[in-house]
Design a protein around this ligand. Sequence first.
Ligand SMILES: Cc1cc2nc3c(=O)[nH]c(=O)nc-3n(C[C@H](O)[C@H](O)[C@H](O)COP(=O)(O)OP(=O)(O)OC[C@H]3O[C@@H](n4cnc5c(N)ncnc54)[C@H](O)[C@@H]3O)c2cc1C
Length: 390
Amino acid sequence: MKTQVGIIGGGPSGLLLSQLLHLRGIDSVVLEKRSREHVLGRIRAGVLEHGFAKLMREAQVGERMDREGQIHDGFGIAHDGRVDRVDLKALTGGNTVIVYGQTELTRDLYEGRDRLGGVIVHNAEDVIPHGFDTHRPFLTYRNGSGAGRIDCDFIIGCDGFHGVSRQSIPRDRIRTFERVYPFGWLGVLTRTKPVSPELIYARHERGFALCSLRSPVLSRYYIQVPLTETVEEWPDESFFEELRRRLPREVASALETAPSIEKSIAPLRSFVVEPMQCGRMFLAGDAAHIVPPTGARGLNSAASDIYYLYNALLDHYSRGDSGGLENYSQRALARVWKGQRFSWWMTTLLHKFPDSSAFDQHLQQTELDYLFSSPRALASLAENYVGLPF
Ligand SMILES: Cc1cc2nc3c(=O)[nH]c(=O)nc-3n(C[C@H](O)[C@H](O)[C@H](O)COP(=O)(O)OP(=O)(O)OC[C@H]3O[C@@H](n4cnc5c(N)ncnc54)[C@H](O)[C@@H]3O)c2cc1C
């Protein structure tokens, strides 16, 4: 098979890029390791920046998001037995975020690809990118119908943190930067009315908690747990009991519970690879960078990569201008690192670190006091949360 852009990974990054390119007459093929059901069974991000939403509309897949997504003007930070509100709209001069689950967004993207007749090869095993240092890169893979080969002009690695694209780049051509946090988030999804119409991030001496939501009838709750713990050690009753302990009394007493319909533990990691390209292969989204989910930057950072790549490929194919491709890594990384900084800062502000000293805890407390006593400090938080421009 021959195409212009060979994309590894059918998550949000790969699908969005493929859809945007298709609408501008640029051909692509997506190779996805898993079945569609598997990809759509993953519960992940939920908070979208307006920049992301704009791209979804441009990709003609934003209709359901605009209908069902909820605009959030603010969120709460619970600490010392109370909830302080971060008024995003007032602090940023009108900016907000949209709460719309990654699962739903991915479903919309698949439907968009199907509508236009986009090619997505599912269950593509042993995908290998070849020749990206030459002008004739190609991809090989295996699936139910045998071995396949895709010749293309460019390879885009959108295959997440554990994918093959980044790992195929020779070690001496990239540098990686990483911080692994000594805890994870245990997340539970329930069919209940969310405890609050806005997200509540909670700092507590027992550990961090988050009250999030996917819709008016679907709640997503998280608690910080040590990495050594497993889902089996957390039956629903224990989870909700612990969650209640970490929330201010009036929030805890309003919490509705129901049997979990999904439960998983996500480790927390900060990671960046530099550069985000090697010859004719470009990395985007989680293939190139990971953030801890505090601050909701992961999916949104993927969106800005796709924006830069899409425009760079458009310039290349429509005007023969390859400047955008040459500068892609530099441009994308400038924003990626800002997202890293913010995610690290939010994580440090709100989590309990096992090795933190009394001094560290005082600093954490002081940081919160400062935040809610300084409109400028709060405005900086809000500016980052709604997303820096791209
Ligand atoms: C448990 C969890 C919770 C999260 N919560 C949040 C949150 O609350 N807020 C937020 O902003 N972000 C969150 N994130 C991050 C967010 O989900 C990611 O940033 C986002 O999924 C990135 O999209 P992507 O398309 O780049 O990568 P992915 O979604 O990882 O998609 C990569 C795709 O590539 C496929 N693939 C992998 N290897 C191969 C291969 N060798 N060949 C072919 N295909 C391959 C995978 O099956 C997958 O479908 C969370 C992530 C996880 C894991």
